[in-house]
Design a protein around this ligand. Structure first.
Ligand code: BDP
Length: 650
């Protein structure tokens, strides 16, 4: 890997090189309005036209007319008539989004006539959560589940002095419509906790960098902060002194950052403190913080990822998949209006394949956000190409309740960011497409993932001939990853702790609730009402019946819902064990084809980027082979059933 040794803190925008603005460069552009962010648009345009013979003009005939109404409206209308492309924004943010819409369209935005077309985000909350720490953990590194180097926010025990990369990141987020960012890990450690109090001036510096791009900052806070930071004897959410502490502390935050977004809270989960310690429920907990934020217009993002992480694998009645619904569905309607319950897309934990969380259908009286992982914790850790935009698109489009897609049941879409101080921003250069695609889908879940990928390719690479091979490498990579890893929705089978690479029984006899129950007769988790954990009963019709029956359960989720014998015949007509063998051989072959497609790009993409991806694809091939061999051998030994095609397994 020739060029990967560099750890310098480069700030060039990842997919917004000057080339992406070139179509603007030679034109006459007028920017009108004076709401928030209009100055940002003016600066972008001035930079784009400088040196290209274009001009930023106040009047006269113009090629591009960018007009903002006062206020903070996010929508815009674009039309082209009489040789002028006109963006009319409903406020400053809309003008920024309208400008980037034109940039994405490139020359096409200046071609022929275009009837007025209105663009508005499908939901108001479009957020990225950073799991960044200030301190460097010897095991986790600086960014929990981060695969792109250190934090772009923190260095040397505090917020970085040079926020150049942060400014470029803020610009990227604005360009894809992300409007909220959380600055620190949901597992709040001692140093990071102080961002809420004595490190607040540094948070204000970060907020200043995000503000011109329409992005509000948030902090993850610990539920026990009144004790750990405030010196109180309790964090009981109903205790008046605790409430007063949250009110006072929050008022100080708003005095420093008037447009602060709010708090993110992980409570009673994986060792984090929470309201259960005081016999209170999660509505009591969330509302205590919500009331402190409410006078300032802030929001609490309260995570539904609450489960007992000390389960006993021998007790088949305990089911981690049930936990979020068991805890939260009974509380529907009890949360204040400025609480958003942040629900992981599946009932377990960001696996490559899970059913959609039934919580989305169960809480019509609660504001919800769907949470995804752009960071690839369980999907190859930015060493593997795994383009996840199709997964998110499938989840958001899933007709969960009365055919209503998940996208229509949530107010927000949130994801864990995948950015660090790595030379290519995301470790794997092609993982930038996940970040870009997340923002675009958060704006409009109905966009076609392949078209979104096409936009990213167009903005990122100069040579249009790279499109075909890049689609070959990326389009199907989520399914490829699924094929060579844990089969048919059973999940995990990863190395404990760091979660990279296979370990077939790594979590089988631990306490984390992530079992596959493979034995000599069969594999899978019985989550039925009839004989299992009853999880299927958390779904509305028709899914409760679809998942309950082995006959109607979709193949890709079979082992999530059922324990079946190895010779069980899938809807595809194959037996379970033969499917496992075939999928694993196919997955590795597909990685081979991805490498061939990538190899054709030598000389057509920057050399350093080519080398980095080439090296990572070699690692992906090695790791996929390891997955194939371990999983196939395991099931061959457990089942004793040979591969019907006679391939060598081990
Ligand atoms: C799990 C991660 C862990 C996070 C947790 C969470 O392994 O590092 O803290 O999710 O979402 O997937 O809180």
């Amino acid at each position: 890997m020739a060029s990967t040794a560099s750890t310098e803190h480069r700030t060039d925008p990842a997919w917004l090189p000057a080339a992406a603005f070139r179509p603007l460069g030679a034109r006459r552009v007028r920017v009108a309005g004076d709401g928030p962010l209009v100055g940002t648009v003016r600066a972008e345009v001035a930079a784009a036209v400088a040196g290209h013979g274009g001009a930023l003009v106040a009047d006269g005939p113009v090629d591009l007319d960018l007009v903002a109404a006062d206020g903070d409206g996010e929508a815009f209308t674009v039309e082209r008539t009489g040789g002028t492309t006109i963006v009319r924004a409903e406020g400053g943010p809309g003008l920024l989004y309208g400008l980037h819409h034109v940039v994405r369209r490139g020359e096409a935005a200046f071609d022929g006539d275009l009837p007025a077309e209105r663009h508005a985000p499908r939901r108001a909350i479009r957020m990225l959560d950073h799991w960044d720490n200030i301190d460097v953990d010897p095991l986790m590194g600086q960014v929990e589940r981060g695969y792109a180097g250190g934090s772009i926010f923190y260095a040397d025990g505090g917020v970085r002095a040079d926020l150049g990369r942060v400014a470029a990141y803020a610009r990227l987020l604005g360009s894809i419509g992300v409007n909220r960012v959380a600055l620190n890990n949901v597992n709040v450690h001692r140093t990071e906790a102080r961002l809420l109090t004595d490190l607040l001036p540094d948070v204000a510096r970060l907020a200043e960098v995000f503000r011109p791009h329409g992005v509000a900052v948030h902090l993850s806070v610990g539920f026990a902060a009144p004790i750990t930071l405030g010196g109180l004897p309790t964090a009981d959410p109903l205790d008046p002194a605790v409430r007063e502490w949250w009110e006072r502390t929050t008022a100080a935050v708003y005095a420093a950052i008037p447009d602060f977004g709010g708090y993110v809270v992980k409570a009673d989960s994986e060792g984090q403190p929470g309201p259960f310690a005081y016999g209170r429920d999660h509505a009591d907990g969330a509302n205590a913080l919500a009331r402190a934020l409410e006078p300032h217009g802030g929001t609490v993002f309260w995570r539904a990822f609450v489960y007992d992480h000390r389960q006993d694998w021998r007790d088949r009645g305990t089911d981690r998949a049930r936990a979020a619904h068991d805890h939260f569905a009974p509380l529907d309607g009890a949360f204040d209006d400025n609480v958003v319950l942040q629900v992981k897309y599946g009932p377990m934990d960001f696996q490559v394949r899970e059913p959609v969380s039934p919580v989305f259908a169960a809480m019509p009286g609660t504001r919800l956000a769907a949470e995804f992982q752009v960071t690839q914790e369980y999907t190859g850790q930015q060493k593997h190409v795994c383009h996840l935009v199709p997964q998110w698109s499938e989840v958001l489009g899933f007709g969960l309740r009365g055919g209503e897609p998940v996208a229509d049941l949530v107010d927000g879409v949130v994801a864990v960011s995948n950015v660090g101080d790595d030379e290519f921003w995301t470790g794997h250069p092609l993982a930038q497409a996940n970040l870009f695609g997340f923002g675009r889908l958060a704006w409009d879940d109905r966009l076609d993932p392949a078209a979104v990928l096409d936009e990213w390719i167009g903005l990122t690479f100069e040579d249009p001939s790279v499109r075909g091979p890049l689609h070959e490498v990326l389009d199907g990579s989520w399914h490829t990853y699924e094929r060579y890893t844990a089969p048919l929705g059973v999940g995990f089978m990863v190395n404990p702790g760091h979660h990279y690479g296979p370990s077939v029984d790594g979590y089988e006899y631990t306490q984390w609730g992530t079992y596959h129950f493979a034995d000599r007769d069969g594999v899978g988790v019985d989550r039925t009402r009839a004989t299992g954990t009853g999880f299927t009963g958390q779904y509305p019709a028709p899914w409760r019946e679809v998942y309950e029956s082995v006959g109607s359960c979709p193949d890709e989720l079979l082992l999530f819902f059922h324990h079946v014998p190895y010779d069980h015949v899938l809807r595809s007509g194959k037996t379970v064990v033969q499917h496992i063998y075939d999928a694993h051989f196919a997955g590795v072959e597909e990685v081979g084809r991805m490498r061939e497609a990538w190899a054709t790009l030598e000389g057509r993409v920057p050399a350093a980027l080519f080398d980095r991806v080439t090296a990572l694809l070699a690692e992906q091939a090695r790791c996929a082979t390891e997955w194939r061999d371990q999983v196939n051998t395991y099931f061959l030994r457990k089942s004793g059933v040979p591969d019907e095609r006679g391939r060598r397994i081990f």
